[in-house]
Design a binder for this molecule. Sequence first.
Ligand code: ATP
Ligand code: MG
Length: 562
Amino acid sequence: MENKNNPEESANKPKNFIREIIDEDFKTNKWGGRVHTRFPPEPNGYLHIGHAKSICLNFGIAKDYNGKFNLRFDDTNPSKEEQEYVDSIIEDIKWLGADFEDRILYASDYFEQMYNWAVELIKKGKAYVDDLSADEIREHRGTLTETGKESPNRNRSIEENLDLFERMRKGEFKNGEKVLRAKIDMMSPNFNMRDPIMYRIVHAEHHRQGNKWCIYPTYDWAHGLEDSIEEITHSICTLEFENHRPLYDWFLNELGIYHPQQIEFARLNLNYTVMSKRKLLQLVQGKYVDGWDDPRMPTVSAFRRRGYTPDAIRNFAEIIGVAKRDATTDIALLEYAIREDLNKHAPRAMAVLRPLKVILTNYNITEELDAVNNPEDISMGVRKIPFTRELFIEQTDFMEIPPKGYHRLTPGGEVRLRYAYIIKCEEVIKNDKGEAVELHCTYDPETRSGTGTSSKKVKGTIHWVSADNAIEAEVRLYDRLFTVEAPDADKEKDFVEFMNPNSLEVLPSALIEPSLKNSKPGDRFQFERHGYFCVDTKFSTDEKLVFNRTVTLKDSWGKKNN
Ligand code: ATP
Ligand code: MG
């Protein structure tokens, strides 16, 4: 029976192999017309762009098939987990627009149920307490070419196992003294089936359970149970768990409980960055960056602070799609998605990052000129910008000895000031080091943008701000955090050795046009010819605005004539 709940819109989405599986499940009515996905982060770090991909995938599927999406904290390891991470993860997922409704769930809330199921397996003769040390267990596991060796404790009686397991829970043993293992097959060609560990003893305080527990379930034991309890239909995870699927299935089959389907997809890898939480934590703790939300980090909180939009990140996830083979995605694709989105929505403004003074010797009035807020969206209107005798232009827009093809200002040369007039450089004032510090120019009154009567054309157009009205602001420019594409590929070297020493450039005295005076943290703009920027939420104050460069512009209109 075909299920009518399968909504039309899912048909319009690009089909990936996961959606094909779900379509097929609807046809066979495998799940009674239900789709229920989850995102199961371990709260041991902030979310990164790889997690964002997984969130977009899981939530996108739930949404398109009228299903449900759970946020579940896989909080099974007390020693690395913290409330700070839980809070940041909730904030990031909400910001990405993934709606888990009231379902913020915690694996630790299922510990009692998991314990009872473990007891059930012991009673079936399918689990045993082992006294071997971690090293001994590893040695017994064998290799790819050698089968494993059975532990001398493998054939303990059920009664003894039940007693020991209960005493493990009561805290009678020290960390590492005992473990509970599944009794499967030490000869299995699949390592994961060689009597995997189900419980470890960890005497540590849990961020939610306090000291209630001192045995903690392993990922392999816990994950399928969590999915089962929540009646997940499609348990989507990354490829490295493919070899764990037989174990996922084994536990659920042995217990005879609700059994979701695990589906693996290729994790997102991006070049010029690292994505493992362990490495990101190393960057934070080693103070290589200024916290998890340092705008150079590949974390969701860093992207938010840097000015990325949830729409752009969702589009990026859509563009890269879902694959079955691991590959590395070019970070330029992410930047492309950001630009596409900001181009449509970010109001334009003029900002001079490295100011050079210009005095218009024949101009003695003040005018208010019209500037278009967004040529991509005329409904965003126009604003007035003051034009005055003293201005600032970008230092790089003047060259005393220009190379061929340089269309900006030169001694005796002419250039158009955006939204204003054509000016001519008459005199260069220098300091004692021979650097230009001031340009004396004249303007041509007939060349005013839009209304001028002159037909004069020049090749270059540059931006500017009024010296009387501009606001001083700090501008922070970011470059890639690493100088090589795969900083963690070289096993001989620590990835931090490949950090880009110039990944942050702070310009404390940039000048921005006065219309930006009342901008609020998080506001986004395009600074013409410089890229997209947003007001920093951490360092900006009422006294001084601080802008992050979100992404550079691909195109510049500086060369064009307008
Ligand atoms: P890391 O390897 O960065 O420490 P993790 O897999 O240990 O990440 P979890 O908190 O366990 O982090 O991940 C939560 C979910 O996010 C998992 O379902 C995992 O498959 C998914 N995920 C993690 N990294 C990526 C990635 N790079 N691309 C896609 N999905 C990912
Ligand atoms: Mg993990």
